[in-house]
Design a protein around this ligand. Structure first.
Ligand SMILES: *[C@@H]1O[C@H](CO)[C@@H](O)[C@H](O)[C@H]1NC(C)=O
Ligand SMILES: *[C@@H]1O[C@H](CO)[C@@H](O)[C@H](O)[C@H]1NC(C)=O
Length: 302
């Protein structure tokens, strides 16, 4: 540019354009921001009918069960949880133990809701559904999540490796804060606060026995430790769902987490197993103390 004055005017013009552009898009945002149009399907209850609201939520989740690609009714439950609690169209997920991805907890989110995410399985690859073959243990999981640049505040984590879920999940929660957590349980009586498996990163399910995973009570306490509440277990009693307490507080207003824990307690959420748990191998279980506070529990081996 030959004249200095022209350059000055030109720069001023650009700055002015930028100003209007910014101004325009900001005011536009406030009209399109879905947060402002969002209407919760459950109106915030007064504290005295919190119990009613939580039981109603549980009933709603039961009615919402629907199987598209999930093992049981998880697909429908996830959709209802999103409708109730997560005000967003797109989200991200991690699924650990997704098999070949065809039957999984996140395929419907991926294909129907257009979510992004990554799945891992020790035995399968599936490029189309972004399933990576990778053996996940409590020792390598943080490194792997870091390698794939997983958002620390991801929307949904599903875990079902048939063995060390408790220990892997505990490790993940030490650094990551998924809004929704789904996991398998070992269907022992709800007052048994045990991880069936010992902390052994390399072990796998024997494909036959009941020696895998952890009890509902163990997960119930784990949720509490990391500021989550277990809000539902699907009707086959295999998979349970947690949500961050902050999200519950947003919906239900100021509330006592203990009040939630009393209404949606492990005994209530537990669905009777069809086949009674056999007491075999009890000596190799790990007892996990019920925790009342946010402290790490003492772990006692039988
Ligand atoms: C269980 O079955 C899978 C294949 O379905 C196999 O890869 C795995 O090694 C088996 N686990 C054990 C402990 O035998
Ligand atoms: C568990 O929850 C159910 C349903 O809210 C309630 O009726 C029951 O009294 C609770 N049990 C305990 C031990 O808190």
């Amino acid at each position: 540019m030959k004249c200095k004055k022209c350059l000055f005017i030109y720069v001023q013009f650009i700055l002015l354009m930028l100003f209007f552009y910014n101004f325009g898009s900001q005011s536009n945002d406030s009209f399109t921001n879905p947060q402002q149009n969002f209407e919760s399907t459950l109106s915030p209850p007064k504290t005295d009918n919190l119990e009613e609201a939580l039981l109603k939520l549980n009933e709603k989740l039961l009615l919402s069960e629907n199987k598209e690609f999930s093992q049981n009714g998880e697909d429908g439950v996830i959709q209802e949880i999103l409708k109730q609690f997560l005000n967003k169209n797109r989200g991200n997920y991690v699924e650990i133990g997704a098999g070949n991805g065809i039957e999984s907890n996140t395929r419907y989110l991926r294909e129907n809701n257009k979510w992004n995410g990554i799945s891992f399985d020790f035995n399968n690859n599936n490029q189309k559904l972004n399933v990576m073959m990778q053996k996940i243990t409590h020792m390598n999981i943080l490194k792997i999540l870091k390698k794939f640049k997983i958002d620390h505040n991801l929307d949904l984590l599903s875990i079902d490796t048939d063995f060390s879920d408790y220990w892997i999940l505990e490790k993940i929660l030490s650094e990551y804060h998924p809004k929704i957590v789904i996991h398998e349980i070992n269907q022992q009586p709800p007052d048994e606060c045990v991880s069936v498996t010992k902390l052994n990163g390399l072990a796998l399910w024997d494909n036959n026995s009941k020696y895998y995973g952890a009890s509902i009570c163990a997960y119930f306490c784990l949720a509490y430790r990391f500021d989550y509440s277990m809000i539902y277990c699907e009707s086959q009693g295999i998979n349970c769902f947690w949500i961050q307490n902050d999200i519950l507080r947003e919906k239900f207003g100021k509330l006592s987490i203990n009040a939630i824990r009393n209404v949606l307690n492990a005994t209530f959420l537990f669905k009777e197993q069809k086949e009674k748990y056999q007491e075999q191998n009890r000596r190799s279980w790990t007892q996990i103390e019920k925790v009342k506070f946010y402290s790490k529990p003492n772990i006692v081996n039988f």
